[in-house]
Design a protein around this ligand. Sequence first.
Ligand SMILES: C[S@@+](CC[C@H](N)C(=O)[O-])C[C@H]1O[C@@H](n2cnc3c(N)ncnc32)[C@H](O)[C@@H]1O
Length: 446
Amino acid sequence: MDKVRAAAVEVVHDVFENGAYANVALVNALRNGSYSDIDRRFMTELVYGTVKAAGTLDWIIRQYVSRPVSKMKPYIRAILRVGAYQLRYLEKVPDAAVCNESVEIAKKYGNAGEVKFVNAVLRNLARSPEKAAFPEGKGKATQHLALSSMHPEWIVRRWIKQFGYDAAERLCTFDNAPAVLSVRTNTLKTTRDGLLSKLLEEGWDAEASEFAPEGIVCRGSHGSLDASRLLAEGYFQVQDESSMQVAHVLEPKPGEFVIDACSAPGGKTTHIAQLMQNKGRIAAFDLYEVKLKKINENAERLGITCIETHEGDARNIGKLYSGMADRLLVDAPCSGMGVLRRRADARWSKTEKGNAELPALQLEILDGAVPALKTGGILVYSTCTIEPAENQDVVTEFLKRHDEFVLEKTGSFLPLKKRPDEDMVQFYPHKDGIDGFFIARMRKVK
Ligand SMILES: C[S@@+](CC[C@H](N)C(=O)[O-])C[C@H]1O[C@@H](n2cnc3c(N)ncnc32)[C@H](O)[C@@H]1O
């Protein structure tokens, strides 16, 4: 049995049946086996490809079987998904190898009937691919785009309604492209130019970000992050360019008291600390202690000492720090619809119903946290989604409830590419080429 395909099936099973994150499960699987570089690349392709395409693969498989894929035994489903992915998307892999190896893996997890079933489905798929041609024509546009772009139909339907067909298609394309690596220079230790020249010396294909003064983007090859001495010694933090906008909009000053209400894993908290030159006090809250550990680890690596972490609910922050804070960041839990490219499994784990529940929570967090601000204090609300209900609508409702706050021209606080006319800033992947992100800056005036 081919150990690479077998391990890929295990990871795919773990993602869909146990809710594992694809990247975490894959890293663990790669660590636990001794694989050549070619094997590692193949396994990565199999896992990310199958996970991203899962809904489309289920539709393809369904064209060859009479019962729904959701009713199959989980391991048989995972074997068929990984097999169908190879047959449909990996031209260089011979069909016979896919079928034979899948059958061998099925012998480990299934009875004789199930082994036969896997064999029959995959051989039919290989023999008659035309049976699973995506529907086209009148009334089929949404389904066609969803299947061809490997997105759930409900997401595609929403995006077509919100942006039109062409933009929805570009959004889907963005999600399927490999995520560009971007890093934030630790300006407490070096300058961006200093870090950039070190990275270039180490063979990184890196350049300065147009969006963030401390940002560096790497569109091509780069060394392994696991092995990077510069990362281990705290010269940089991995962070997307749109996420790097938020701390600049908050504009923290050395010596101030800043609260980061939803802070883990601390990408923005540590950026705030840099902008404060590590002077002052940052109270970083999150519901989960395990996640807060990550902030402490990052802070230690980056040489930051002004962050204190607190396990707690952001909805109670107002009571704990009434009128004390100079600035408050609410980087709220959200649907993450602007960052689907970063997590292969995310598009299948979200639901329309789950997303609809988020604005109420986001407002509760804002309502519960803002009494912590001083008069004159600054509130920044941000999310990594492109859903108006979680963004502009939440801010509008918040301002209705709180006449002590006024909205400022958020776009004029962006560090490099200013948008002086924009009260609230929404970055869109298909327009801006970076993660989808929303930022609104408000001031407490009384
Ligand atoms: C968007 S993430 C924050 C990302 C973080 N600001 C960064 O830049 O690395 C939202 C965080 O809010 C936390 N969270 C969810 N509900 C919360 C609540 N009621 N109080 C505090 N934190 C909460 C989640 O655990 C999650 O870590």
